[in-house]
Design a binder for this molecule. Structure first.
Ligand SMILES: CC(C)(COP(=O)(O)OP(=O)(O)OC[C@H]1O[C@@H](n2cnc3c(N)ncnc32)[C@H](O)[C@@H]1OP(=O)(O)O)[C@@H](O)C(=O)NCCC(=O)NCCS
Length: 201
């Protein structure tokens, strides 16, 4: 089953397309250039040492999109690769876990909040999933802010659940359930107003 939900145009030059192997060169260029920033929060960065490895990884995302076990999107900003956001889906539990990263040039513009909102929307409305989970290192304030802007609920902390370059870190666990997700539209509008307010000052 190939995703019919993608591509999605989120406005302001942001487009989500289904991730394909052909995205590997552009993705790897960003990984190479921005290793120091990304390494802080992404455990796979130091193992991604060639375009070939990136291609193999994206091939696994492409086949997850095809068999329904994932919904992985490449984020384009003004037509160029700007990051990825995806869901790993458990059909058994009708749940999904969201993961993402952005190129530096796309940070600070609300790109990820909108991308994650769109993916959760697809998960809950189109795929009839019941739960979407988002985990971020407790010190990863930018990532936690994405969850909080969308009104996801903080469930707790998984102690030393991730091994990053700095050592073991605790993960904050956020989630939304199908029954509470409609409230996210309001959370998004509030985040937009807040962002507008901040730029007006
Ligand atoms: C985590 C990460 C994706 C967050 O990126 P981000 O740009 O902070 O998040 P968003 O794209 O949602 O943008 C939010 C910012 O845009 C602003 N913004 C502008 N327009 C906005 C809009 N329409 N809606 C929401 N926010 C908007 C917000 O105010 C916020 O800026 P601020 O942090 O200066 O207040 C990014 O920092 C990253 O890639 N980090 C490295 C990898 C990583 O940590 N991955 C996650 C592992 S769990």
């Amino acid at each position: 089953m190939t995703s019919t939900a993608l591509p999605i145009d989120l406005g302001d030059g942001i487009v989500l397309t289904a991730t394909v192997v052909a995205d590997a060169e552009a993705a790897y260029r960003v990984v190479e250039r921005e290793r120091d920033r990304l390494r802080q929060w992404l455990p796979w960065i130091d193992d991604t040492t060639s375009v070939r490895i990136e291609r193999e990884f994206l091939a696994s995302l492409e086949s997850a999109n095809a068999d329904g076990s994932g919904l992985h999107a490449t984020i384009r900003l003004d037509g160029e690769f700007a990051g990825v956001a995806g869901l790993r889906i458990s059909a058994v539990h009708r749940s999904a876990e969201v993961g993402y990263w952005l190129a530096a040039r796309a940070v600070g513009r609300g790109v990820m909040t909108r991308a994650v909102a769109a993916l959760i929307d697809i998960a809950i409305r189109d795929r009839a999933l019941n739960r979407v989970e988002l985990m971020a290192a407790t010190a990863n304030h930018r990532s936690r802010a994405v969850a909080e802007r969308l009104g996801l609920r903080l469930e707790g902390v998984r102690r030393q659940a991730e091994l990053l370059a700095s050592g073991f870190v605790d993960l904050a666990v956020y989630s939304t359930l199908a029954a509470e997700w409609p409230g996210a539209a309001a959370a998004l509008a509030a985040a937009r107003d807040q962002a507008r307010g901040a730029t007006n000052h």
